[in-house]
Design a protein around this ligand. Structure first.
Ligand code: IPT
Length: 981
């Protein structure tokens, strides 16, 4: 054991023999200074980030002695290497990342941890700057995962636990002008690991900044800014509590000068802070020896009549859960990535963040203050793995862990208490319930009565101020909103604001059903929104043997216990590219709703902001005929307070003959911190000219039998035996056949409603096609080629009768498919559609219909009617675990063409969904990573009548009944023609 290991804490109730090392002690760390607010000042500080010497030992006992001493040999020859700080050692070639969701990756034997406990020794020699003042100085660690023993110049400063929480140690008396030796021994596993079982990668090390900060005698030790807003009077109040001699406050903009700490100033006419209008006032708190810049936001959070209000207004969380993640750096997130997150959130109408499930890098909250996001700031606490044991031994109810729980909450609240963006505290996540949690809540209520306390695990709402749930179905949220009996028939559930701390699990393709959640948040005052799970896929950037990049997930590092791709469940991909889910979110939760009708002659514009008017937006309109702009202009929209709807007459429009839509958009009128002027915030469409009646089709051409075994029908050739289309206008094709299968999504496989398992059991992935007849007929609609088939899985008795009625009219080849279920179907169906293949050269797609992005039955609000172009490669959505993707809805027509203009045109009567890919559905289904998908020779084209919805069953409710698809009688009509050539 290392010499500094302590055996001071006797094991309680543990059957394992032996003393408890400091890292196994359930108590908080030792030696740290009392927690205080995160702030910078004009006192000298020295960043100790950079390159440190590092050595990883397989166990504490194997760690070298004397690292903390002068002259220790930390050379490469002695087994040391360079490691950046901040960083995780597993992402720099030492050990490997590992992913589990709920399971502890070690035996549950609290507070013991495995003796195979990877231990990283960090060593930094540093000099002080010339002008560094003598006297007190603190050494600040913003995050060490999971336990660090800190020694400076041979002397222990202390031990820190609580990976995502800061610790400060007094370092002043030990500092030397030159040749300081800072040694930090970090253990991957500690007693703290039992409290840090969040659903994420296990990644260790000093992953947040390390700073030495001079503490001038007579300086400011801590500050607590109280800045409230009285919405009735329109005035604010400012009082700054401070630790330090004679602290005073100036806020020049408000005429506040020399306000003594502890005294309150009334501030008439102040502008309040909100996520939508994040007004901050610059100030300074100072003593004779130190000046601390302040950014003050005035706002008051209150719960009145069961409704959460800020500055008197009901707010709705249109939020996301944000883990800190970067595909190369893990939780050591570079500042520009944090800024990118916030810009992306703001640009997609996200107004709130739950810092799941730990306080973020402190700078992130500065950004939230500045850009404007409501924050639910969550403590670094999760003991989920005890659920496997029926919660037996859960630390939440165990006295031995009481101080550790409270310590974590204190460090959260003290660090972040001055952020106007933080409107709720959260005790942690998935730690069941217990006295230690109740104590955290009681302490928080006492310390900061200005913010309500959240914790989803307090299902009885005994010690929290909001009723919170995760993944409640629409039906249940509606019941809660109506105040009807809830799960525990608990009156508290009818009195408190209700929020979904997690909903709409964004794993893979999905979640569907966002629109219906929004409707509930609008219908019920107490249903105040929620936080999508989650912001980002935690995929780790890797390359395969051929150098093709992909993102890794659980199991990709050889873990013997892991939860696969459950860590890939974000609204942005690991590289922060927005996924279709985020675009859907942006549309569903747009802060302005634009509707209207041509018949009524008006547009309705509803302001759905919580606190601001429409002044920051510019409105304009565009009229498009078949997706081509024919007229456009600005639109005058009168001011509307939050919640109000204004009516605007439709602009004077031409009358195009073809299908025409008026699109009205609201864009940012001026540059904002998060988007340039012209960024689209909201849009709506009104149908002006419906699709014209179809011109009478030319009379049909009769099919002709050609030798050998081929049939000609107008521009097409068919196989006379199989009845399958083989050529169109001279282009080889594999003609359309009924296809019911899709590569299951994570939601299809979801545990709550495993549709995919039923589809597979029903053999839908390997349907066989029996050709019953190939007939040349001349029915009422003229001559036709009729191919009668039965499509059915092997070994089972049910199937689908599919008749293909082909007719040729000039250059157009028309297909009417008639479907009829045969026998009793045991399951729903993924798709009702056709699959065909066309030459790979036809890689440019253009269509008039829903777009530009992918859409599905229950996730299609973001699809607008227009004319769109994309190549087949960009029609794909690169879900980290490949699955069904790329569907476009309601195409009126589609062309796929080659650069020389040859190609294929498909028209719907009236419309169809489509997807086009360079691999088959079976290949998509089999792929484990994006790099497994290798383009083939042809383009596989799905032309669908309908597809099963997405839902959220990967973690939560399945597809709503109206979006489920059943085998049913159906008719589906398309027309094909060849282009050019
Ligand atoms: C819920 C967790 O709180 C969250 O961290 C994440 O794991 C999510 O599930 C799934 O991705 S807990 C679950 C039991 C609902």
């Amino acid at each position: 054991m290392p010499t500094s290991a302590s055996a001071s804490h006797a094991p309680h109730g543990s059957h394992a023999p032996g003393p408890v090392a400091y890292f196994e002690d359930p108590a908080p760390g030792r030696g740290a200074l009392p927690p205080r607010a995160a702030f910078t000042s004009d006192a000298p500080s020295l960043s100790l980030c950079g390159t440190w010497c590092f050595r990883l030992s397989p166990a504490p006992g194997a760690a070298p002695d004397g690292v903390e001493l002068d002259g220790f040999d930390a050379s490469d020859a002695a087994g040391w290497s360079d490691l950046p700080v901040p960083a995780h050692w597993q992402l720099h070639g030492h050990g490997a990342p590992a992913y589990t969701n709920v399971d502890y990756p070690f035996p549950v034997d609290p507070p013991r941890v495995p003796s195979d406990n990877p231990t990283g020794d960090y060593r930094l020699e540093f000099d002080l700057p010339e002008d560094w003042p003598r006297g007190p100085a603190v050494l600040r660690f913003d995050g060490i995962d999971s336990c660090g023993l800190v020694r400076l110049n041979g002397t222990e400063l202390g031990v820190t636990k609580g990976s995502r929480l800061p610790s400060e140690f007094e370092a002043g008396p030990l500092l030397r002008a030159r040749g300081n030796v800072l040694a930090v021994r970090v253990h991957q596993w500690s007693a703290g690991s039992y409290l840090e079982d969040q659903d994420m990668w296990w990644l260790s090390g000093i992953f947040r900044p390390v700073t030495l900060i001079a503490r001038p005698p007579g300086g400011v030790r801590d500050l607590h800014v109280h800045a409230d807003f009285d919405h009735l009077a329109g005035s604010g109040g400012l009082m700054v509590a401070a630790e330090g001699p004679g602290v005073r406050i100036d806020v020049p903009e408000l005429g506040i000068a020399g306000l003594p700490a502890g005294e309150r100033a009334e501030v008439p006419g102040v502008a309040p802070w909100s996520a939508e209008s994040p007004r901050l006032y610059e100030g300074v708190a100072y003593t004779d020896t130190e000046r601390v810049p302040l950014r003050i936001g005035f706002r008051t959070v209150a719960i009145e009549d069961g409704v959460l209000r800020v500055n008197g207004r009901r707010i709705v969380f249109r939020g996301v859960n944000r883990h800190e993640f970067h595909p190369e750096h893990g939780r050591a997130v570079p500042r520009e990535s944090a800024v990118a997150d916030i810009e992306l959130m703001k640009r997609h109408n996200v107004n709130a963040v739950r810092t799941s499930h730990y306080p973020p890098d402190p700078e992130f909250l500065d950004l939230c203050d500045r850009y404007g996001l409501w924050v639910l700031d969550e403590c670094d606490l999760e003991t989920h793995g005890f659920e496997r044991l029926g919660w037996a031994g859960n630390p939440s109810g165990d006295e031995r862990w009481s101080d550790a729980f409270l310590d974590r909450m204190r460090r959260t609240v003290e660090r972040d208490k001055n952020h106007p963006s933080v409107v709720l505290w959260s005790l942690g996540n998935e730690s069941h319930t217990g006295a230690n949690l109740a104590r955290m809540a009681a302490w928080t209520h006492e310390r900061d009565p200005s913010r309500p306390v959240h914790y989803e695990g307090d299902r009885a709402c005994d010690y929290v101020d909001v009723y919170s749930r995760m993944y409640a179905s629409h039906e249940e949220v509606d019941a809660i909103g109506r105040g009807s009996a809830t799960e525990l028939d608990n009156p508290r559930h009818r009195e408190l604001p209700f929020i979904l701390c997690e909903f709409a699990h964004a794993m893979g393709n999905g979640a569907g059903g966002l629109l219906e959640y929004r409707e509930l948040f609008e219908r019920h005052q107490r249903c105040q929104g929620g936080f999508v799970w989650e912001w980002m896929d935690h995929g780790i950037a890797r390359g395969d043997a051929a150098g093709r990049p992909y993102f890794a997930y659980g199991g990709d590092f050889g873990e013997d216990l892991h939860d696969g791709n459950f860590v890939i469940d974000g609204a942005v991909f690991p590289d922060r590219t927005p996924s279709p889910a985020l675009r859907e979110f942006a549309k569903v939760f747009e802060p302005v709703r634009i509707t209207g009708s041509a018949a009524g002659g008006t547009l309705e514009v509803t302001n759905l902001h919580d606190t601001v008017g429409l002044a920051s937006l510019a409105f304009s309109w565009t009229l498009q005929e078949e997706g081509v702009t024919v007229a456009a202009g600005p639109l005058d929209v009168p001011q509307a307070p939050p919640g109000a709807t204004v009516r605007v007459p439709l602009p004077v429009l031409p009358s195009p003959a073809g299908e025409s839509w008026l699109t009205v958009t609201a864009v940012t009128a001026a540059d904002t911190a998060w988007a340039p002027a012209g960024h689209e915030v909201a849009w709506g469409q009104v149908l002006i000219t419906p699709p014209p009646a179809r011109a009478a089709t030319e009379p049909g051409t009769a099919p002709a039998l050609l030798a050998p075994g081929r049939l000609r029908l107008g521009p097409a050739l068919f196989d006379a035996v199989t009845g399958r289309l083989t050529e169109l206008g001279g282009h080889p094709v594999q003609g359309p056949r009924l296809d019911l299968w899709r590569a299951p999504t994570d939601n299809d496989r979801g545990s709550d409603a495993p549709e995919a398992a039923r589809w597979r059991a029903a053999g839908l992935h390997r349907a066989r096609h029996r050709v019953a007849a190939v007939e040349r007929t001349s029915g009422a609609d003229g001559p036709a080629l009729v191919v009668r088939t039965r499509v059915a899985p092997p070994s089972l008795g049910f199937g689908m009768l599919a008749d293909y009625h082909w007719s040729a009219h000039g250059d157009r080849l028309r297909l009417r498919v008639e479907l009829e279920p045969d026998g009793t179907w045991p399951c729903t169906v993924p798709r009702l559609g056709l699959r065909m293949a066309v030459p790979g050269r036809f890689g440019a797609a253009e269509w008039f219909g829903g777009g530009p992005g992918e859409a599905y039955a229950d996730s299609r609000q973001a699809a607008r009617v227009g004319r769109f172009a994309a190549d087949v490669d960009t029609l794909q959505t690169p879900y980290v675990l490949p699955q069904e993707n790329g569907n476009r809805v309601d195409a009126r027509w589609l062309t796929l063409s080659a650069p020389d203009g040859t190609g294929l045109r498909v028209e719907g009567e009236p419309g169809f969904d489509f997807a086009a890919r360079r691999w088959t559905t079976e290949e998509l289904d089999a792929a484990r990573h994006t790099a497994d998908l290798v383009p083939g020779e042809v383009i596989h084209l799905n032309l669908d009548l309908a597809q099963f919805g997405l839902g959220s069953a990967a973690c939560g409710p399945g597809v709503l009944p109206r979006y489920r698809l059943h085998a049913r009688r159906a008719t589906f009509t398309l027309a094909f023609s060849a282009l050019g050539g």
